[in-house]
Ligand binder design. Structure first.
Ligand SMILES: Cc1cc2nc3c(=O)[nH]c(=O)nc-3n(C[C@H](O)[C@H](O)[C@H](O)COP(=O)(O)O)c2cc1C
Length: 214
């Protein structure tokens, strides 16, 4: 039975677009392969704490002699690693917060990127698909003053693709604040169009990856 790990990190439990998109990926994946199992972890509702001790960044054999991370923190990290390593595909809702990764998602990442355990050289996660659905309040168009201000997607590509060796798929929707922020009201049409296109891509991606994970 293929397993999908579904993470969300938006602090919006009412109208989140990253949650809507991640759910669309999951629904399409499950629809294409009803034998699949979905493991849910909502990093906003049930936050993972900050990494308790820097030694946890390393596998036990690689830790500085004398380091002694709290047993409970080590057990939590082991559970998060086992959950990730058991997943055939990972889907992550990741809104842009302060031009970066939401702290709830970052805390999870700090637990699961362990050189020698999940790093690309181990092959533990090699080629495994990870779908990131990201939503951004404004636009970051090439040639605009905010080009390059989104530091989340590049960091997540580096982390999951280069550092962990996974197969990264990014689905983006921008201008999500258009209906809320009067200065963006002229962009409402584009905001809705981007959401529609992202939902279509989310469904296509979920269906396509179901073939790979079946
Ligand atoms: C704490 C916080 C910080 C935010 N920072 C940014 C930002 O730096 N750039 C941006 O474009 N939008 C920013 N926004 C707007 C969100 O990216 C936007 O509302 C997005 O749709 C949130 O994702 P969600 O719809 O999945 O909740 C921020 C929102 C919050 C709550």
């Amino acid at each position: 039975m293929p397993t999908l790990l579904h993470l969300d990190s938006s602090a919006d439990l009412v109208s989140s677009r990253s949650r809507r998109l991640s759910q669309a990926v999951v629904d399409a994946w499950l629809n294409a392969d009803p034998s699949g199992v979905v493991v849910r972890r909502d990093l906003h509702r049930t936050p993972v704490p900050h990494l308790a001790d820097s030694s946890l960044h390393w596998a036990p054999a690689d830790r500085v002699p004398g380091s002694n991370p709290p047993a409970a923190a080590e057990a939590l990290q082991r559970a998060l690693l086992d959950e990730l390593l058991a997943a055939d595909i990972v889907v992550i809702g990741a809104p842009l917060y302060n031009f970066s990764i939401p702290s709830s998602l970052k805390a999870w990442i700090d637990h699961i990127h362990v050189p020698g355990v999940t790093s690309a050289d181990t092959g533990a996660l090699a080629g495994r698909p990870v779908v990131i659905t990201t939503s951004r309040g404004i636009a970051y168009d090439i040639g605009s003053p905010t080009e390059g201000w989104d530091h989340e997607v590049p960091a997540l590509r580096t982390l999951f693709g280069s550092a962990l060796g996974m197969d990264v798929h990014v689905i983006t929707t921008s201008l999500t604040l258009a209906a809320q922020d009067p200065s963006l009201s002229s962009q409402i049409g584009r905001s809705e169009q981007e959401l529609d296109e992202a939902l279509t891509l989310a469904t296509e991606t979920g269906m396509r990856l179901a073939l790979a994970t079946a």
